[in-house]
Design a protein around this ligand. Structure first.
Ligand SMILES: *Cc1c(COP(=O)(O)O)cnc(C)c1O
Length: 382
């Protein structure tokens, strides 16, 4: 039986060459030369001035919020349909997450609800997330509203490296932005993250906090100052071995990885046309998706039926994943959920499945996955 894996990075010769180079030179910790090149190439790809490689998307979110000044009691808007790190990064700063519902077309924050949340809660910042490779539909409207109200934007492009809105790259809309680069994202190094900004003060602050809040670490500083710190800090910088993998990944991203991901997304939509389900998200206007994951949605289905379909697919070698657990369902976070009539995140969680989306899938694999899926659907549902 063939196994269709959900996602994994393409590792080739150049990853091995750079990793070997690190091992030969023997410098394993942060601040390695490959990591520096990785940061520079990432920044250049997005046309952003500053980039810092860190150990995860989660640590990137945390330290980015700290750097823009989020602290105890501040309110931060987060989308209801997203990674749990978006909410935990806020509580890590002792701030209060304001959870706002998403729209159905791209699963980005709903502009009208953001407007309402701003009116009621006067947040200091907003986390703008692009889900499964699709640029959030209301990005430009939300950005201009936030600029007007002086609300800072932390953009989370973790799932959408390479996607764009009217030719402007995802990751360039926020005052500061982050990417996760763990193995199953658009590029992957194992566990990793990247923080980007054009604001020099934010960059220096992020770098300081991620380096234990120790300000005298450069070659210019005398040795005896090295262990002085300004207060609470974190050890979040990316180690050199991972920086070497990251450098290789970003160098081949546009040429090798991105076209494959996009082809898979488009081919899925061509091959899987039926009355049982549809693809959850749409490309809107000039916005370009990178199809990080391909998520299908059943208009009418019981949750227990969906689960049994998912389990049957797993048994047949088709690795699926559920939608995100709506963040407002996580009762152990101290947060505020903006009331609304739609409750879209919950509906999506209850009725959708994410299909294998790894870059090595061929058209014949997609057809095969479809055959397996339809067979199960006929047996289980219809
Ligand atoms: C994966 C992901 C994160 C967390 O990144 P890690 O590297 O797993 O810590 C944050 N935000 C979004 C949108 C993600 O998809």
């Amino acid at each position: 039986m063939k196994n269709y894996i959900l996602n994994k990075p393409i590792i080739g010769k150049i990853e091995k060459t750079y990793v070997n180079d690190v091992l030969n030179k023997g410098w394993l910790s942060s601040g390695g030369s490959h990591t520096k090149i990785f940061e520079d190439k990432f920044a250049k790809f997005l046309k952003i001035k500053f980039a810092l490689a860190v150990q995860s998307g989660t640590s990137a979110l945390h330290v980015a919020l700290k750097a823009i000044g989020i602290s105890s009691g501040d309110k931060v808007i987060v989308p209801n349909y997203s990674c749990v790190s978006n909410i935990s990064s806020v509580t890590q700063c002792n701030a209060i997450p304001i959870i706002v519902e998403v729209e159905r077309e791209t699963l980005g924050l709903d502009y009208e609800l953001v407007k309402k949340a701003i009116k009621i809660h006067s947040p200091k910042a907003l986390q703008l997330v692009h889900i499964y490779g699709f640029p959030a539909r209301d990005t430009e409207k939300i950005i201009s509203l936030c600029r007007k109200k002086k609300i800072l934007i932390l953009e989370d492009g973790s799932e959408s490296l390479g996607a764009s809105i009217s030719k402007k790259m995802i990751g360039t809309f926020g005052d500061i932005s982050i990417f996760s680069i763990r193995s199953e994202k658009m590029i992957g190094v194992g566990e990793g993250g990247m923080i980007l900004t054009n604001n020099k003060n934010f960059f220096l602050k992020v770098k300081l906090l991620a380096s234990r809040n120790a300000p005298f670490r450069s070659k210019k500083d005398s040795y005896w100052k090295k262990y002085f710190t300004l207060g609470e800090g974190y050890n979040y910088l990316m180690p050199h071995l991972l920086g070497a993998v990251g450098r290789a990944q970003i160098e081949k991203f546009e040429r090798e990885i991105l076209p494959k991901k996009i082809a898979i997304g488009k081919n899925y939509r061509m091959i899987m046309k039926n009355n049982f389900f549809s693809f959850l998200q749409k490309e809107i206007g000039e916005n370009k998706s990178v199809y990080w994951l391909n998520c299908i949605y059943f208009k009418k289905i019981q949750f227990n039926k969906l689960v049994s379909i998912g389990e049957e697919l797993m048994k047949n070698g088709v690795e699926v994943r559920s939608g995100f657990w709506p963040l407002n369902k996580m009762k152990n976070f101290k947060s505020i959920y903006l009331k609304n009539k739609k409750n879209i995140s919950n509906d999506i969680f209850n009725k959708s499945l994410v299909l294998p989306s790894n870059s090595n899938l061929k058209k014949s694999d997609l057809r095969n996955i479809y055959r397996i899926l339809i067979k199960i659907l006929k047996k289980k549902v219809f």
